[in-house]
Design a protein around this ligand. Structure first.
Ligand SMILES: C[S@@+](CC[C@H](N)C(=O)[O-])C[C@H]1O[C@@H](n2cnc3c(N)ncnc32)[C@H](O)[C@@H]1O
Length: 352
């Protein structure tokens, strides 16, 4: 049972600011209003959690007006500017936690995996507060949908890379646009292999954090992960040393990479640079069919991959149903979409 001192306050127990509550009283009260638990389970949507948070705060309106009053107040009766800063900051965090995912602070979610082939494990994935258009700070539905298919792929379209004694077992798998790292970390566990997780430099600190908090689970499953910046279409001079050797990877994986007009071309250039030129090399890619824009971008990607000096052919493809998101932006419904996946390999002409 939780310590009674830590239980959230009912709305009618909030102190009144006109009574000039002491620093300690305000701080304790704000700490009690912080939302818990900080680690979420996959089965519960953000929306449900936000509702639960509102319920445990007993009287959302009272709480929000108390927090707003603190933020607006000069807190002139407190002893120092430092004390005032602490109180304003705590109140702002509490308020943000009650304003939906985009305004929320950091959260860590647990993602369960279970299968007769690889057993059971779960990955903890941190998502920092969402800022600007840093889409890689959020975990997208296709990374989980694709991760759950990895075991099947290892005995299906990618079996030639994974079966015992395979000619070109992927010593290292490369993931492009890893975001928070869910897919790459799961691949390391499920395939018992080494995976290099990559993304734009700005995404790397959080990705490295997620790699580090899951290292034990990954290693217990016989995998290994490394994190490095890799910008699609980036100049060679600025490239991380391990990516300067061209066409090194036997297997590239990527989930939900298309949201700008130049992404099909940029992603193709990264694949061209990094994927082996041999007949066994493969790209496994998943794109959610959210709307006309994503469908058009996917059409462009197919075209880009099929032309150029080292064309790639679609060897197998399908669409699976999945959940695009786990509730965001005050949207009550989680969105069901078709996730297109495909395995690409080098066309004969590319290998000559
Ligand atoms: C929609 S998110 C998907 C993230 C992750 N794969 C997932 O499914 O949760 C797209 C990812 O592509 C990355 N990205 C976009 N443009 C990129 C570029 N030019 N080079 C490298 N990564 C890029 C973003 O930073 C982001 O992490």
């Amino acid at each position: 049972m939780r310590d009674a001192a830590l239980l959230p306050l009912p709305g009618n127990e909030l102190p009144h600011l006109w009574q000039k509550p002491a620093y300690g009283v305000l701080l304790t009260c704000l700490q009690k209003l912080r939302v818990e638990p900080r680690v979420w389970s996959l089965d519960v949507s953000c929306t449900d959690i936000l509702r639960e948070q509102d319920a445990t705060a007993h009287d959302r309106r009272e709480t929000v007006s108390f927090l707003s009053a603190i933020i607006k107040s000069t807190l002139a009766w407190l002893d120092s500017d430092d004390e005032r800063e602490v109180i304003w900051e705590e109140a702002s965090k509490c308020l943000a936690e009650r304003c939906g995912r985009t305004a929320m602070g950091e959260m860590t979610r647990r993602w369960p995996f279970e299968n007769d082939g690889y057993g059971a494990f779960s990955l903890a994935i941190r998502e920092p507060p969402l800022t600007g258009d840093s889409l890689g700070l959020k975990t997208w539905g296709s990374s989980y949908a694709l991760a759950q298919l990895l075991n099947e792929f290892a005995s299906g379209p990618l079996a030639h890379l994974f079966s015992p004694g395979a000619m070109s077992t992927p010593d290292e798998v490369l993931e492009l646009g890893s975001g928070t790292g869910l897919l790459g970390l799961a691949a390391a566990c499920i395939w018992r292999t080494s995976v290099v997780l990559t993304d734009l430099p700005i995404i790397i600190p959080n990705l490295a954090h997620n790699a580090s908090i899951n290292r034990e689970v990954v290693e217990a499953h016989g995998g290994r992960v490394e994190v490095a910046p890799l910008t699609w279409g980036g100049a060679e001079e600025g490239m991380y040393p391990m990516f300067r050797e061209p066409n090194r990877y036997q297997l590239i994986i990527v989930a939900d990479p298309l949201y700008d007009d130049d992404h099909p071309m940029l992603l193709t250039s990264a694949i061209d640079e990094q994927l082996g030129l041999n007949a066994e090399a493969r790209v496994l890619i998943m794109v959610p069919q959210r709307d006309k824009t994503t469908k058009d971008l996917l059409g462009l990607l197919r075209k880009e991959l099929s032309r150029g000096p080292n064309p790639l052919l679609c060897l197998e493809e399908d669409v699976v149903d999945g959940q695009d998101d786990w509730g965001e932006d005050n949207d009550d419904e989680t969105r069901q979409v078709g996730f297109w996946w495909a395995v690409f390999g080098r066309a004969e002409s590319a290998r000559r």
